[in-house]
Ligand binder design. Sequence first.
Ligand code: 5RP
Length: 234
Amino acid sequence: MEGKEAAARQAVTLIEDGMVIGLGTGTTSAFMLQALGERIANEGLRVRAVPTSVRSREMAEQYRIPLVELSEVVTLDMTIDGADEVDGALNLIKGGGGALVREKIVAAASRTFVVICDDSKIKPFLGAHPLPVAVVPFGVESTRQKLRRFTETVVIRLVPDDSNAYHGRTPFVTDDGLYIFDLHLGTIRDVPALEASLRSVVGVAEVGLFVQMASRVIVGYADGHTKELLPGLP
Ligand code: 5RP
């Protein structure tokens, strides 16, 4: 079992009968969806779930996980989602899979936000991974110019392997119709300040910095064991 799966399976043991669950997006969350589907099928576990992307919705349907709209439930008991990087204060970079807007809304609506990842995601500081920033397509070059205040390297995310793309330049469009800039920042020293500054840029819809939102981080290792990180603990 790889580390991502170990973390995902451990997180799914935390789900209790009757809970409303937020379903993350990405390869680690895919293991979580599979494990949750198994508990529903084998134990008759009753949950309702809110997916954070169209892809996770499709997978949840495949695993027969009952779904509900966020606007119907407003608050969730628990969300389980992956991360691109986790620092010592449990701040996160998210959005590698392009779902950061819905992921942040769902996490913020949850009483408990459980992050699942393998040990490669744990870093002393955030920033080695490019920071995803979701922007409104209108005026995208004006927004890019403003973002260059933070770094020269502001890369628009493109559709991977798009055979129709002209010179490969078809922007990736999120489930909410947004584009994504990946900002190559290097070490981020003050995560809350950067998040606030980026969010104040006109045209920015959301920033992939999740500042102290995680209730716990479950880290999985290649040998199948897991470790739990809690806020405020070394
Ligand atoms: C998607 C995300 C993912 O949680 C993040 O990219 C981690 O992905 P993976 O589990 O595939 O490593 O934020 O928007």
